[in-house]
Design a protein around this ligand. Structure first.
Ligand SMILES: C[S@@+](CC[C@H](N)C(=O)[O-])C[C@H]1O[C@@H](n2cnc3c(N)ncnc32)[C@H](O)[C@@H]1O
Length: 351
């Protein structure tokens, strides 16, 4: 499946001659030899990468090729794998990467041919690195060759980069242009089925990030993915990717917001407006006051974290929403058995 030089040049000829040039054309191996270890994006973006990989990699005990591997392959901690091979330039990072069962040192810009047999992997991952490829059409054709039919090819990228080492086309492109470029890399192989994509952007930067408070959002995360053609009949589709729930506020912010709820009527955990609720008239309802205020944001970290906590306490399938009692000027949890049932469960909307 490797492209003949004629096919590779067909694709390259469609771009300006300097499209795949870099500001720093010196040895990539030397560049990555000096401690370029991650994390390459902020903590929320990193969790998003992990979620993308963990959601899409549905194969049982997969054989994974991590192309352009670093210190992390972003695989879920509980994923049992048969083989995880890292291929990259930075030996120190790959040694530190606890998920790799083996690694290969190879400069893909010098030699894009992969040292693996046809159809020997269930998934090929390329995370936070695709913009550094000067011969992407050859590398993608090789990735398709080593994937089994129906196997997953997943490319994840962010808006962060080592500018000197990214190709000109990548440096000059916007996020959506980069996505289109990666889609073209996939399409050039003619080996993949429908292309899918995911983007997470414009989310708040984690409060403990060094750049928090400067008005800079969390690093965008983009993913383009597809299956190699020829999957066995009847194989299901891969699950959709849900955004990572937002982290909660810092302890100080939380305490301040709790003190101010009576004026703001906003949830201290997610800052969304609370909704006023009349309490159900029932012999079991012993609240002295006529109404409460409840947070009905399904992404609220209080609710999202609650599913896990209740599960650990032996109450699987339950969480709690934040309720503000204006009589007592107090925030407290109200248990809910599901997101959908919550509105009817304890309280009734006043309208
Ligand atoms: C920003 S790091 C990303 C590492 C890792 N994939 C991750 O998600 O954290 C870029 C990686 O690309 C690899 N890389 C850069 N140029 C390369 C090349 N020419 N050939 C092979 N690997 C390369 C480096 O070894 C480095 O680990």
């Amino acid at each position: 499946m490797s492209p003949s030089p004629r096919v590779a040049s067909f694709w390259l000829d469609r771009y300006p001659t300097d499209a795949f040039s870099r500001l720093d054309e010196a040895s990539d191996a030397k560049f990555y030899a000096t401690a370029r270890q991650g994390p390459h994006v902020d903590a929320l973006a990193l969790r998003t990468v992990q979620r993308v990989v963990g959601t899409l990699l549905t194969e049982y005990r997969p054989r994974v090729l991590d192309l352009m591997a670093g210190t992390s392959s972003h695989l879920p901690a509980d994923l049992d794998t048969e083989r995880v091979v890292g291929l990259g330039l930075d030996e120190q990072s790959m040694v530190a990467n606890g998920r790799l069962s083996e690694y290969r040192l190879q400069d893909l810009n010098q030699n894009p041919e992969l040292p693996f047999a046809d159809e020997s992997f269930d998934a090929v991952l390329n995370t936070l690195s695709v913009g550094y490829l000067t011969r992407p059409f050859e590398v993608f054709a090789e990735a398709a060759r080593v994937l089994k039919p129906g196997g997953l090819m997943l490319v994840v990228f962010s808006d962060r980069l080592f500018r000197a080492k990214a190709v000109k086309l990548w440096r000059d492109a916007s996020g959506s242009e980069r996505k289109m470029l990666v889609e073209e890399y996939f399409a050039s192989t003619r080996a993949f089925t429908e292309l899918h994509s995911f983007v997470s952007r414009g989310r708040p930067r984690p409060h403990d990030d060094p750049y928090a408070g400067f008005g800079i959002p969390s690093d965008s995360i983009w993913a383009v993915y597809s299956d190699r053609r020829g999957a066995p009949a009847g194989r299901g589709v891969r699950p959709g990717i849900l955004p990572v729930p937002l982290p909660g506020p810092s302890r100080e912010d939380l305490e301040r917001r709790k003190r101010e709820v009576r004026y703001t009527l906003r949830c201290p955990y997610c800052d969304e407006p609370l909704i006023k609720f009349e309490l159900a008239s029932s012999p079991f309802c012993e609240w002295p006051n006529a109404f409460m205020y409840v947070c009905f944001n399904n992404d609220c970290p209080y609710l999202v974290g609650g599913w896990q906590v209740m599960n650990e306490q032996g109450n699987p399938g339950f969480s709690y929403r934040l309720m503000y009692n204006p009589e007592q000027d107090r925030c407290l949890p109200v248990p809910v058995p599901s997101v959908a049932a919550a509105r009817e469960y304890t309280v009734t909307p006043r309208g």
